[in-house]
Ligand binder design. Structure first.
Ligand code: HEM
Length: 130
């Protein structure tokens, strides 16, 4: 009996995943609502977009069952200084879903990706040092 296809396989593998991640970063970094947060505005000017695309592609590839390993920092460590709010998180989700829709990612796969992203929220939102 064959194993059911992984999310990685259903998304079409590394090529389409890397394109979706790239497009997502391209809309995330210049977003005015997010850049009203001075910590985010500073970070996007300091951190190279290709670096973020590389790490996030590797992470998505790994957690969806693909042949990659993520070697970046933890989510808490890499986002705490950004002071990301609930409203900014919601904005990110809107941008993410727009990119998935533009690439015609089906409903089931969209749901699974949103669950994966959602599982990181507690480490990313409201984790700034008091
Ligand atoms: C509102 C939501 C988010 C915003 C605005 C955001 C923004 C950023 C920024 C600006 C950086 C660079 C920080 C620095 O090096 O100073 C970063 C790093 C990173 N983010 Fe996010 N992020 C968000 C959510 C997420 C989510 C949901 C994931 C994955 C599921 C993710 C994965 C990563 C990774 C892998 C890195 C690189 C870690 C490293 O440097 O080793 N981010 N993010």
């Amino acid at each position: 009996q064959e194993a059911p296809p992984s999310l990685y396989q259903r998304l079409g593998g590394l090529a389409p995943i890397s394109v979706v991640v790239s497009d997502f970063i391209e809309v995330l970094l210049p977003d005015e609502q997010l850049n009203a947060n001075p910590a985010l505005d500073a970070a996007r000017q300091r951190v190279p977009a290709p670096y973020l695309k590389y790490h996030i592609t590797a992470m998505v590839c790994e957690v969806t069952g693909g042949p990659c390993s993520y070697h970046g920092r933890g989510m808490k460590e890499s986002h705490a200084h950004l002071n990301i709010t609930e409203a900014e998180w919601q904005r990110m989700l809107v941008l993410f879903q727009e990119v998935l829709a533009r690439h015609q990612v089906p409903e089931q796969e969209t749901r699974e990706l949103l669950d994966i992203v959602g599982s990181t929220k507690a480490d990313i939102v409201g984790t700034a040092a008091q």
